[in-house]
Design a protein around this ligand. Structure first.
Ligand code: OGA
Ligand code: MN
Length: 282
């Protein structure tokens, strides 16, 4: 395995690892170590299928399953694959007002996957099955570097705070209609510490678009703080922007990074992105 840094602070391109078959436990460990060090790993033109995508992801840990809240019939055959595409169940580009399109627009807000679940996601692996001719890059930001760049007094102010996360907070922020009773019941709000010690031993922030407010603070004060931290963490100089090539796989550590989709002509061009998500250890 060869690692080539993509920015001074985090993110690396990984070469020399074959993703077209399952990984051995030793390869899984090496991949996890590289993720813990770099936060984001880019593997260019790696060419796995849905099956091998799921198989290599399993070497990283226990996989999460898509539930879908009855949003759409499954376009993808495997429940281990989350659908980040702009395609409907027949493979056609989603209409402007399609519920799943509005839902997926939430991916354009800085977030970390599944922070609205009580068991957090450790890693995600996103694969480009079809890329648009223009736009649709994905951006990443480093939450350990962001924490370390805070002043002593800023760190003191936030250490020990708890954050409430809700899927419906981020979705409604992005323009999704108010959730139905069924949706609300399927994904209730959860709480996680704002600062945690990452597997690497470094401290990291943990927030993003699903973070609704700070427990015990007024909504306004909590949202102001979360907004400040988000602006700080996503300063352009600290962001890695991935321009997708066909069959690229990007694997990221959800416990030390944020990411967001960027715009493209999504009611005209096709963009087929498929994601596996690995739970944090139980
Ligand atoms: C995701 C996601 C971003 C993108 O699948 O978790 O946020 O650019 N995707 O598709
Ligand atoms: Mn995501």
């Amino acid at each position: 395995m060869e690692l080539i840094k993509l920015t001074p602070g985090f993110a690396a391109e990984l070469r020399g690892l074959d993703l077209t078959g399952p990984l051995s436990p030793a390869q899984g460990d090496a991949l996890r170590d590289a993720l813990h060090e770099h936060g984001v790993l880019v593997i260019r033109n790696s060419g796995p299928t849905d099956e091998t995508h799921i198989a290599f992801s399993r070497a990283l840990g226990e996989l999460d399953f898509r539930t879908g809240f009855g949003l759409a019939k499954n376009r993808l055959r495997y429940n281990e694959l989350f659908d980040a595409s702009n395609l409907d169940e027949d493979g056609n580009v989603l209409a402007n007002d399609h519920r799943r399109r509005l839902y997926n627009l939430g991916n354009q807000l800085w977030h970390t996957d599944s922070s609205f679940k009580s068991r957090r996601a450790a890693y995600s692996a996103l694969r480009a099955h079809e890329v648009p001719p223009e736009g649709g890059d994905t951006e990443f930001a480093d939450l350990r570097g962001a924490y370390e760049a805070l002043s002593e007094s800023q760190r003191h102010r936030i250490d020990g705070l708890m954050v409430e996360h809700s899927l419906w907070h981020s979705r409604t922020t992005a323009g999704y209609p108010p959730p139905t009773a069924e949706e609300l019941a399927a994904s209730p709000a959860v709480r996680h510490p704002l600062v945690h010690t990452h597997a690497s031993g470094r401290r990291s922030l943990y927030m993003g678009a699903h973070a609704s407010h700070i427990v015990g603070w007024s909504l306004e004060e909590g949202r102001a703080l979360l907004g400040e931290l988000l602006d700080h963490a996503t300063r352009p100089a600290h962001v890695y922007r991935h321009r997708w090539g066909l069959n690229d796989v990007v694997i990221w550590d959800n416990l030390s990074t944020l990411h967001r989709a960027t715009v493209f002509d999504d009611t005209a061009s096709r963009r087929d992105m498929r994601r596996t998500t690995v739970h944090e250890p139980a």
